[in-house]
Design a protein. Structure first.
Length: 152
């Protein structure tokens, strides 16, 4: 009966393993090594040694009591690779190429469809606009001077 209750609890916690809290562990290699050792004890089923190692880490001040509870929750859920989870890379958005950025900018600014924006770029009209913006416009300078002088 006790084993059945244990298995029932184990099954319930395994299904909730995706809801486990994020660990807040210091980046000290010594602490990580001790956590790996404690996790290996827990994986092997020696919970007494695992909790003893974990208690020693907490008493040294390397991790806090809430972190200890988070680790115990993970072990109860069957997640023993604590250090590997801490080292998981975060998802980064892929960098866009210049062409994709130009296409999206045209779509937003002018309300073009993707195909129309791609055609606009392929026909060279975007490059022509950029060149015109970079060129000197002597008439613009003349108009600015006239505006500054005011009406005749």
């Amino acid at each position: 009966l006790k084993l059945a209750q244990h298995l029932k609890i184990r099954i319930c916690t395994r299904t909730m393993s995706h809801r486990l809290p994020k660990l807040q562990v210091p980046s000290d290699d010594g602490v990580r090594c001790l956590l790996m050792e404690a996790s290996e004890f827990a994986r092997a089923g020696d919970m007494k040694a695992a909790q003893g190692t974990l208690r020693a880490i907490v008493s040294s001040g390397a991790i806090s009591a809430p972190t200890q509870r988070q680790i115990l929750t993970r072990w109860a859920a069957g997640t023993y690779d604590l250090v590997g989870e801490m080292q998981k890379p975060t998802l980064q958005t892929p960098k866009q190429s210049k062409a994709d950025g130009d296409t999206e900018r045209l779509m937003r600014e002018r309300g073009l469809s993707r195909n129309a924006a791609v055609e606009y770029i392929k026909s060279g009209q975007l490059e022509m606009e950029q060149l015109q913006q970079e060129m000197d416009h002597p008439m613009d300078d003349a108009f600015e001077q006239i505006k500054k002088r005011g009406p005749p």
